[in-house]
Every structure is written in C-alpha cells, then in structure tokens.
Design a protein around this ligand. Structure first.
Ligand code: ADP
Ligand code: MG
Length: 360
C-alpha cells in the first residue's frame, strides 16, 4: 500500500526523521544531566495530504493499520496517539491545522530503544511545518514532540529522544545539557563506527523499574538539598546517602562526569573505556542490567576491534551499543552473535541494519 492507494490521491508533502542511539549518559536526562546520542541510519517518513472530509485519517504501513479521528475530544490510543498529539500540541500553541491524511512508513525498529516514537513525532511535525509553512525551529519541534509524547501517548519521557531525532545526524554525536538545552554537535570518535545489537530480551520491567529509579533520584537530590542530581559534581558527596540511594546517585554523578569528559575531546580508546565504565555503573550501582545484556556486553568488550560497549536505553532488556573500529562492525557482530547464541540467547543486529544471511 502507498499513500495513493490508501487515500486515493498523491501526498502533498513529506518529511523524515531518524531514530537515535544514546552513546553515553544513561538515566541522566531526568536528573537534568548530560547525554550523548547520535542519529541512526534508519528513519521514519511521514507523508501528508489534506483530508477531503472533516476528519484526520492516519495510516501506518508498518502496522498495516488505519485510524480515523472522528471526535477530536477523544485522544486515540496506539500509534495514532503520537500523530494526534503532535497536531493537538500545535493547535494548542495557536497553529491552525486542517483535517489531514497522514501516511507513515519507517525503517526504525519499534520498541527496541532506538526511539521510533520520537522519529514518528519529529517526522510528523516536520511534515506539518512544511505543508503549512509554520515558523517553527528544530528545538521547538523537539519540544512539541516531547509534549505530544507526554500528554497524548502517556509516556513520561525526557527531551533527549526528540532533541536527537530533530537535531542529530549519523556522522555526529549531539552533546546535550538537558537542563539548559545547550548543545554541541561533535564528530564521531576517530576511525570508529557504531554497532547496536538487540539482546533479544524484551524490556519487561522497564516501566516500573524506570519509575522507581526516578523516585530514588528525586529522593537522593532532596536529601542532598539540590534541585537535581546534576547539581552534584563531586562523587564523594553521595557517600553520606543511605543505600540504595548512595549507589543510584553515584551512578548519575559519575555518568554525568563521563559525558563531560568526552566534551573535552577524547580518543576512541578513551571513549570506549568510558562506555565500559558506564555499563559497570549501570549494572552495579544503578542495577538496571539483566544477565543477557551483561553477557552480550562482555562478549563485545573482549572482541578485538571493539573500543567499548554498554547497554543502551533504560535497561531491563533491550539493546547494547558498541563503539568499534570503522569497517569492522559487520564481522564483529557476526562473531559476537555466534558466541551469544552458544550462551543460550538470540540477538539481532539493529545498527548497521545488516541481513544476517549477508554477514554469514
Ligand atoms: P521506541 O521509541 O524505543 O521505539 P516506544 O515504546 O517509545 O519505543 O515507541 C514505540 C511506539 O511508537 C509503537 O508501539 C507505536 O505506537 C509508535 N510507532 C513508532 N513508529 C511507528 C510506525 N512507523 N508506525 C506506527 N506506529 C509507530
Ligand atoms: Mg520511544
């Protein structure tokens, strides 16, 4: 199916936005801290046309599903909530939007931690901006996208995903201060490329675990008399907290410091060491890893050509990210996935999106 087949006429405009992977700075964005995401090659494309009736119509090629919004006072659920949310936050900000036909297609894997949700939102907002000539900049696009996800999809997210999708590209990493939104686009580490492998273990406890960690961080910040853990720079300060708050805070403070070290300019080797340290901290202090992810990350870390590796995303399952020697990702992935299989797990390459049969 394409736009024409679904809506009976060609689209008037289209826009795309990429997914993202976070290289360093995990569980720091809700502590007002620092993150280092990059865009991935996979992206989402949204095509738009004017609706010939008074209703919005949304179609997802990936889900092969169409939703029509018959009553704009009732927010839809599922994928339509992200698109409807984008339209509604724009309307609430004073932009007038006619009834639209929206066609979505994407190569970003859904629900794997590569932020297909932000890609969908940012692509939708870009397409609407283009169709109606709205004077909205890329930071505002990210902010509208985050509002849509929080208020219409019901996900209490930070702003990292949307900022990465709106402002990053695949050749650069985006340093972002999530409190001030100050940012810097930096080149990828020298002679390196990124490899993302899914652990094959779904993120089952992610929501409850995430909420619990958020609450612990807020309590730790309160006990230390600061607005957010980002305000602590000396890790010694966390020593006075009771467990487990001490270790939770130690992760956030050391993780922020790791990101700030990258900002000073580091070699690929050092970048890799910081990723390895991040994984250990997420595993031991933050306790958001699972045995499968630990196994996968250890296999990556001991493979020649890998500068460093860690879990990426909220944890409790999901994906790993590694920084590897440029040109080696494919052979490293094949080697690691073979050993991972022998350990009893089934992983999958997400970036670069290789066909395993090709790699064999
Ligand atoms: P992630 O952002 O890590 O991929 P989320 O759970 O935040 O995972 O977002 C996934 C959800 O976003 C999907 O369940 C779906 O509702 C929506 N979504 C993303 N991309 C698409 C798409 N191409 N078509 C339909 N829905 C999509
Ligand atoms: Mg998401």
């Amino acid at each position: 199916m394409d736009f024409q087949q679904v809506f009976g006429k060609p689209p008037e405009t289209q826009a795309s936005a990429p997914g993202r992977v976070n290289l360093l700075g995990e569980h720091t964005d809700y502590n007002d801290g620092f993150v280092l995401p990059t865009a991935i090659p996979q992206s989402t494309t949204v095509q738009l046309g004017l609706s010939s009736d008074s209703h919005h119509h949304f179609y997802s090629e990936n889900l092969n599903e169409q939703v029509s919004i018959l009553d704009i006072n009732h927010s839809p659920s599922g994928f339509a909530s992200y698109i409807f949310g984008c339209i509604e936050v724009l309307q609430k900000a004073g932009y007038k939007i006619p009834s639209l036909c929206v066609y979505v297609k994407s190569s970003v894997p859904m629900g794997s931690g590569l932020s297909s949700s932000a890609a969908l939102e940012v692509a939708t907002l870009r397409a609407v901006r283009q169709l109606l000539n709205f004077p909205i900049d890329d930071v505002e696009i990210a902010q509208f996208a985050q509002q849509a996800e929080i208020h219409y999809a019901g996900v209490q997210c930070g702003i990292m995903d949307q900022m990465a999708s709106s402002l990053a590209d695949t050749e650069h990493i985006l340093f972002l201060d999530t409190r001030t939104l100050k940012r810097r686009v930096m080149p990828l580490p020298d002679n390196a490329e990124i490899l993302v492998i899914d652990s094959g273990v779904p993120r089952t406890l992610a929501t409850s675990g995430y909420n619990q960690r958020r609450a612990e961080c807020e309590e730790a910040a309160r006990s230390l008399g600061v607005k957010a853990l980002r305000d602590i720079t000396d890790v010694e300060v966390t020593e006075k907290l009771p467990e487990p708050l001490r270790r939770r805070a130690r992760h956030v403070v050391t993780e922020d410091n790791r990101v700030l070290e990258v900002l000073q300019g580091v070699s690929s080797e050092r970048f890799g060491e910081l990723m390895n340290a991040s994984h250990a901290s997420l595993r031991d202090d933050y306790e958001v890893s699972v045995p499968a992810l630990d196994t996968l990350v250890e296999l990556l870390q001991k493979t020649p050509g890998v500068f460093g590796a860690r879990l990426t995303g909220a944890g409790f399952g999901g994906a790993s990210v590694a920084l590897v020697v440029a040109g080696e990702a494919r052979s490293i992935a094949t080697h690691v996935l073979e050993q991972y299989k022998q350990a009893g797990y089934n992983g999958q390459i997400l970036v670069p999106s290789l066909e395993l049969s090709d790699a064999a």
